[in-house]
Ligand binder design. Structure first.
Ligand SMILES: [Zn+2]
Length: 140
């Protein structure tokens, strides 16, 4: 009888200890997970948090997330090949067309001596960070 009681107390105590250890461990893991999440979120720009929080879906796949970000910078209704409405580098909407974004250099050696000529290449440029992409306005 005493052995049965002792066994019950020991197994009960052991089960309590295992549950307690598991609880402490899971609390530690939750705290660690929470700290990692806090660190991760603090790294995100406010615009990004806003875009993700405004989305009504409960979960997002990587392509869905990319699509949300694309909608922030690209406007498919803009005519032409360059459809940026905001800078993909800094998020600024201060984008301008630059007729002299880049130069194509042509070299003519038909007269023996190389003759260099340049053709300006237009592009879309961010006034805030300097990002740019070559392309023509309204080009089809
Ligand atoms: Zn920019």
């Amino acid at each position: 009888m005493i052995e049965f009681l002792l066994g019950s107390i020991l197994s009960g105590g052991l089960s309590w200890a295992i549950t307690h250890l598991y609880h402490v461990k899971s609390n530690k893991e939750q705290r660690k997970h929470y700290e990692e999440l806090k660190k991760f979120i603090s790294k995100l720009p406010e615009d990004f948090k806003k875009i993700v929080l405004e989305d009504k879906r409960d979960t997002l796949t990587v392509p869905e997330l990319n699509d949300l970000l694309k909608k922030k910078t690209i406007d498919d209704s803009i005519p032409g090949e360059i459809k940026y409405k905001a800078c993909p580098e800094c998020g600024s909407e201060n984008l301008v067309w630059d007729e002299n974004f880049d130069t194509i250099v042509d070299v003519d050696v038909s007269d023996g001596e190389p003759f260099f000529s340049g053709t300006p290449v237009p592009g879309r440029v961010c006034r805030d960070c300097g990002w740019g992409v070559p392309g023509m306005k309204n080009h089809k």
